[in-house]
Design a protein. Structure first.
Length: 220
C-alpha cells in the first residue's frame, strides 16, 4: 500500500513517514500544497494524509481539486485543535476522516488502516482468503494459522492482493502500489517476488492471468 503524506512541518512529516514505513507502507512526501496536489494527481495512492494549513495551495483547495478531478483515494485530514469548522469544511470537500493535532501516531495508523480496508470493501482489520489471513494491525500474514516469514516486499504484495481479492492486478499496478517514488523500480522483480510467495503460501492461490497479470483467488 502506498501513501502520500502532505505536511509542511518537516519534523512531523518525517515522523509520520517513518511510522508508516515501519508499518509496511511505501510513502511519498510533499511539503507544500502544490507538490502534494501534483503527486496526488499523477500517482495512484491507496490513501493520503493531508494537512490543511499548507504553503502555496491550502489543503482544502488541494482536496477539492482532487475530487473535481475524480480522484477517489481516501483522504485523512490533519486539523488543528478546536477548529471544528475545519473538520466540517474538510468533510464537505471530500475528506474521509480526520485526526486533530497533536495526535497519537497509533490513532493515525488505526484510522488509515480502516480507511484503506473500507475503500477496498473490507470491514475488519483481519482479511482472509481461504487458508490465507492478514492481520493488518500487526502486519502479519498466516497460512492455516501459521505465521509466514515474509520480506517487506513480499508483505506489501500479499497485503495488496488480499485487499483486492479476485481482481486481476497487472505488474504495473503492483509496482505502483508497493514502491515509493524514489525506489529504483524494476517490474521484472515482481515475478521473482510472486515465485517466492507461491512457495510460501502454496502454488495455486496466486493465478497468472496471461497477458494481464495476477489474481489472488480460491478458484481452481
Ligand atoms: Ca501546516
Amino acid at each position: 500500500m502506498r501513501i502520500l503524506v502532505v505536511e509542511d512541518d518537516p519534523n512531523l512529516n518525517k515522523q509520520v513517514k517513518n511510522a508508516l514505513e515501519d508499518n509496511g507502507y511505501s510513502v511519498d512526501i510533499a511539503l507544500d500544497g502544490e507538490e502534494g496536489h501534483f503527486l496526488g494527481d499523477t500517482e495512484p495512492y491507496d490513501a493520503v494524509v493531508l494537512d490543511l494549513g499548507l504553503p502555496k495551495i491550502d489543503g482544502l483547495t488541494v482536496l477539492e481539486n482532487w475530487r473535481k478531478e475524480n480522484k477517489k483515494f481516501p483522504v485523512l485530514i490533519l486539523t488543528a485543535r478546536d477548529r471544528w469548522s475545519e473538520k466540517v469544511n474538510g468533510f464537505d470537500a471530500g475528506a474521509d476522516d480526520y485526526v486533530t493535532k497533536p495526535f497519537q501516531m497509533e490513532e493515525l495508523l488505526a484510522r488509515l488502516r480502516a480507511l484503506i480496508r473500507r475503500s477496498a470493501g473490507h470491514a475488519t482489520s483481519d482479511i482472509e482468503c481461504g487458508p490465507l489471513k492478514i492481520d493488518t494491525k500487526l502486519n502479519k500474514v498466516f497460512i492455516n494459522g501459521t505465521k509466514l516469514k515474509l520480506t517487506s516486499h513480499e508483505y506489501k504484495i500479499i497485503e495488496y492482493f488480499l485487499h483486492h481479492q479476485d481482481k486481476v492486478i497487472s505488474r504495473t499496478e503492483l509496482t505502483e502500489h508497493i514502491y515509493d517514488q524514489d525506489f529504483d523500480r524494476d517490474s521484472n522483480t515482481i515475478e521473482v517476488f510472486i515465485g517466492r510467495l507461491r512457495k510460501k503460501i502454496g502454488n495455486n492461490m496466486i493465478k497468472t492471468e496471461r497477458g494481464y497479470g495476477y489474481r489472488l483467488s480460491l478458484d481452481e
